[in-house]
Structures are given as C-alpha cells and as structure tokens.
Design a protein around this ligand. Sequence first.
Ligand code: PAF
Length: 280
Amino acid sequence: MGMPTVYTTAHVLSSVISTAKKKGTVGFVPTMGALHEGHLSLVERALEENFLVVVSIFVNPTQFNNASDLSNYPRTLDSDLELLSIFDRVIVYAPTVEDIYPKHDFFEPIDLGALDTRLEGAFRPGHFQGVVHVVRNLFHIVQPHSAYFGEKDFQQLAVIRRMVKLLNFSIEIISCPTYRSANGLALSSRNMRLTDQGKSEALIISETLNYMKNLGHDDTPSKLMEQGVAHFSKGKLTLEYLEIVDAESLTKLTDVWSDHAVCCIAAYCEDVRLIDNLAM
Ligand code: PAF
C-alpha cells in the first residue's frame, strides 16, 4: 500500500502494463477524478478480478457541451491519490490533453443510433461521441482485459458496449451497481458541488424512482411516468426529463411494458445537473 504510482505519458504506462500482463490480467477503471466510494467500489471489484488495476483520471473536454460545466468540474488529484492509497496493485494514469489527443489522432464519430438522440443524448449534443472518443483512445493506450463502469451512467454503458462491438475491441465491459449513500442519493463527483441542503433536496430523485418501482406495472408506463412527475414535483429540483425506457433500445415505453424497463431521471439541483436510474 502507499500512494499509487502516477503515469502521465502513454508510452511509459504501456510498457509497465506489458510487463504486468506477463503475470496476470489488467483491469481498467476510467474516471474523471473527484473520486468517491462509487469509484472505489469499481476499483475493488477490478482488484478482485485482476492482477493489476489501472485507474485513469482525466477530465475529458470533448464530452462537455457546456463550458461552465467543464470549468466547474471538480479536480482533486491529491485527494484522489490519497483515496487510492488504501489499495495495492493499483496504478494511475493522469495524462495531459496532448497525451490523450495527440496531433495525429483521428476520430470518426461512430453510429450510436438512438443512443445518441434519446435521454442524455437529447440534452447533451455531442456528449456521447466525446465519451466514445476518449474511451477509445484510453482503451488503445491501456489495452486492458476488462473495463469497469457504474450503472448510474446507464446510457453511457450502452454506448460503450456498442463502441466495443463496432470497433472490435476484445475488452470485457463489466457493469457495477450504482453506489448510494445510506439515504439513497446516487454518488457522483458532481455531488461535491452541492450544499448540505442541496444534498438533502436531491433525495427526491431516488425517492421518486423507488416510489415508481413500488407502484409496479399495474398501470401503463405513461401513467406511471405521470405519477412519477407528480411525486417529483413535491420536491424543489428542476426536472429535465423523467422517462421509462426499454433498457436495450432506450425507446420510450408508453402503453406497453417491455421485459427490461428502466426509469431515467435528469434534474438540476442548485444548478448542478444530476442523473439517476432504476430498473422498474
Ligand atoms: O464516466 C465517466 O467518468 C466518464 O464519462 C469516462 C467514462 C471516464 C470518460 O471520460
């Protein structure tokens, strides 16, 4: 244990990873830093399943469609390293923009179909192509056996799986359950920007999801969404969307339930954009 070694250049990192691969598998946890227990749970899972775990810490400019969101995104490298120091067998890749996006880098947007236009895609144009671009470049640099993503970013997971298929990566994508505080708030690096009052007001998100789940499938998805919106509006947050969608296609469910339905919510709390989802 102790502070993890931090690599800032792809070529040095690659040679360390090649050596490690002679001893066992390499797991990868991509992050934008401002680590919390949710990230640590991904690292723990990756450590259980691999010889070495690479954690990348990089606030990716290409996935922000809003300049102030990018500049306000928390950057806490020292405390991130401190949090990771409880682990053995973890190394950190904290690159510069030039290292991830070298001059010769070429990126052709991939066909994300409805994944790019529904839910988050509708409100954050270009966001998922930015995610695909950075994760593709990170996968080329790290070349892990498996990569770990949280289910809180449910749509991102679907996008990454599609990218892996389209670009023929032989990397196993492992989804890990959303990590919640004891009162239900989904952990997010963005929560750091909330006051205590904001954190308590934000509970309306998970409360609404649980309320809807408990109502079950007696009514149509449309009716349940109406009930969900009515419940949500008892709180103080500004709703961006609340939708029940099919977990695979992300198409909105209205009259009929599909086998795997998920309710996704995006809302603003104290000007901070929060998302969450729950299987219905
Ligand atoms: O989920 C995140 O933190 C980011 O979208 C990711 C996957 C690290 C890409 O920048």
